[in-house]
Design a protein around this ligand. Sequence first.
Ligand SMILES: [Zn+2]
Length: 54
Amino acid sequence: MTALRRKAVIRGCPMKPLDCKSRCDICNKPRNKGNHTKCSAERQARAQEKGNEQ
Ligand SMILES: [Zn+2]
């Protein structure tokens, strides 16, 4: 599979300064490092908590 050779872009975005989106807001580690499966679950849980505030 060499058909994916294109300009060096990260997830379809041109190179730009690192912003908060490149960093996991749950564990504060770069998203391209480590496993953030739990983090995304945690993020969803938090979002739900926010939505279901009582
Ligand atoms: Zn994380």
